[in-house]
Design a protein around this ligand. Structure first.
Ligand code: F6R
Length: 587
């Protein structure tokens, strides 16, 4: 987690870094800090809280062509100004920002303290500037000292470091993302591309074990050997406007609305790629779908659509639990990774486990150039554009769309998938536009509920899980999703007067799910039905068209809208829920 950025060029680095941090805030927002490098000193500002409305003048820095910054999601050390990054070395000439975790930090800290280095913060990250200084004291140049430092680190890192004397900037990665932006006589280093999209679209993604050193030019180096590496740049196709809120008050609302287009875009896949991936599924002996959070819920949905449409069984595993299945992995196994960011540490670890056993792999992923894309044999891109709100919305429906495409492709009915997706994407606009006002009213009416339950059978079950996650992560109200019949095996004890229950009903499951709804209603539950037709058991009805196996794509949309409005009704920030970060890059 955490967002890092560095700038060296002819613009005011303070401004570039400040704006960059605004766009990286989705990666963490406990605290922030900026270092501005001047002729003889490094000026630092650090604050607790979100960088949100901080303006350039608030920094109080003179102009500088060299600067770096950090927005934090705390791991080691509480949320405080002292623990916020950047961190300085003892002689105040080396400044570093770090994203990741130093696992051998206690041992390194002890070593440095014995050498007379005094630690100011409780963070593991403060190791970096001190250790770099320690090596430089031994007459090793900046680049060499950074390499020696990184070779001592166990754990994960993406760092940006600046040396006051040489005015060089270094970036390096192992396990956390880092991308270099190459402009006209200027260079950017950042956790993600939005901070430099306004200035350049030329990007070089660093791989694990690589370092870049920037003085007048940029050079890439292998951290272990010190040998130079030739790297190709990529042209980023995302538009700077896509990474802005535009007319919307929040990214979440913007991204919910974007589903009017993104579902269709997700289905626009190169036919050759779909053919190859279909063959991978057909040839596999054992298929695993892995993901975390929302992406895991899409995996659960995969189990249903592949069973129903392709008549094949796929295993679904939460990425962090995947190593428990190692004994079943062979070179015939296929592991499919679902991820918006492509940087989720637990998922990357699952794919590394798969690779260790020579499994075949492919991903369904949104972020071009992300770590996952470089680990997997093949990648299906979601084409959803940047998803900035911490909550996954459009990426979930894009994942579901691609899964549907694949399930039908394996069944030899790709044309049917395209037809369904076309119908679905035509309905999305209507569902959004007719429900915005209504769901705002509903959310306002029931904003003080202390529990929400969501039930669905078959294809609707994963949507119930995902709906519950949406409500709880943004409104901080307890919410749980269940398979329709499961509630009465215990949790129905929590149903009392007025407890809101979303009932996701489909033509195929209607007769049973409506009896489950009745059981809840008899105990006082307030039933919010999502279905293609109304029913007496519903206290509140949300209509979605009957689109057969593509229904999961539609059911979640009203729940996303409801979640957005209940967050607003409760005074919560929908884009930045407490304690969360968009990319979970720690295990
Ligand atoms: C929930 C949410 C998270 C992510 C999870 C995986 O709204 O956003 O649960 O789905 O952290 O992230 P990705 O898909 O980037 O691997």
């Amino acid at each position: 987690m955490c967002g890092i950025i560095g700038y060296k060029g002819n613009k005011d680095g303070n401004e570039v870094v400040l704006k960059g941090l605004h766009s990286l805030e989705y990666r963490g927002y406990d605290s922030w800090g900026i270092a501005s490098v001047h002729e003889n000193e490094i000026k630092i500002i650090k604050k607790v809280g979100q960088i949100g409305h901080i303006k350039l003048k608030d920094l109080g820095f003179p102009k500088s062509n060299l600067a770096l910054g950090h927005t934090r999601w705390a791991t080691h050390g509480g949320v405080s100004e002292i623990n916020a990054h950047p961190h300085l070395s003892k002689n105040k000439k080396i400044v570093v920002v770090h994203n990741g975790i130093v696992e051998n930090f206690q041992e390194l800290r002890r070593f440095l303290e014995e050498q007379g280095f005094e630690f100011i913060s409780e963070t593991d990250s403060e190791i970096f500037p001190h250790l770099i200084e320690y090596f430089m004291e031994q007459k090793i140049n900046f680049e060499g000292a950074v390499r020696r430092t990184l070779n001592k680190i166990e754990g994960s890192f993406a760092i940006v470091a600046i040396n006051l004397e040489s005015k060089e900037m270094v970036g390096a990665r192992h396990g956390s993302p880092l991308v270099a932006g190459i402009g006209n006589g200027e260079f950017f280093l950042a956790s993600d591309v939005p901070p430099f999209l306004a200035y350049t679209k030329k990007a070089v993604y660093l791989d694990d074990g690589e370092l870049t050193i920037i003085n007048k030019h940029i050079k890439f180096i292998n951290i272990e050997t010190g040998k130079e590496i030739k790297k190709q740049h990529q042209t980023i196709e995302w538009d700077v406007e896509q990474a802005k809120k535009g007319k919307y008050p929040h990214f979440m609302l913007k991204e919910i609305n974007e589903q009017k287009d993104t579902i269709k875009l997700a289905a626009e896949q190169p036919p050759e790629l779909i053919k190859k991936v279909t063959k991978m599924i057909e040839d596999a002996r054992g298929v695993f779908f892995v993901g975390c959070g929302t992406s895991y819920h899409a995996c659960v949905s995969a189990a249903y659509v592949f069973a129903k449409i392709s008549k094949i069984h796929v295993n679904v595993v939460i990425a962090s639990e995947f190593s428990e299945y190692e004994d079943f992995l062979t070179d015939k196994t296929l592991v499919v990774a679902l991820s918006q960011s492509g940087e989720t540490a637990d998922l990357l670890e699952a794919i590394r486990t798969a690779k260790k056993h020579n499994c075949k792999t492919f991903s369904v992923v949104n972020v071009v150039g992300s770590s996952l894309t470089r680990l997997c044999d093949r990648n299906i891109m979601m084409n959803a554009g940047p998803e900035i709100c911490v909550l996954s919305t459009k990426s979930y429906t894009s994942q579901l769309t691609i899964l549907l495409l694949l399930a039908y492709s394996v069944a030899g009915k790709l044309g049917k998938a395209k037809e369904l997706i076309d119908t679905v994407s035509k309905s999305v606009g209507e569902i959004i536009d007719t429900n915005l006002k209504k769901l705002k009213q509903l959310a306002t009416k029931i904003k003080d509920a202390t529990d929400f339950f969501l039930i669905g059978r078959g294809l609707a079950f994963p949507s119930a899980l995902e709906g519950a996650l949406k409500i709880k992560e943004i409104s901080y109200i307890h919410a749980e999703g269940f398979a329709g019949a499961e509630l009465k095996h215990g949790t129905i004890a929590l149903i009392e007067d007025g407890v809101p229950v979303f009932v996701l009903s489909t033509p195929a499951t209607r007769h049973l799910i409506l009896s489950n709804a009745m059981e809840i209603k008899s105990r006082g539950g307030y039933i919010i039905g999502i279905d293609s037709e109304d029913n007496d058991v519903f206290d509140y009805f949300i209509k979605v068209p009957d689109v057969g196996n593509a229904e999961p794509i539609l059911w979640i949309i009203p729940i996303q809208i409801f979640s957005y409005y209940i967050a607003l009704a409760r005074g919560c920030d929908p884009d930045k829920p407490r304690n969360l970060a968009k990319s979970v890059t720690v295990k």
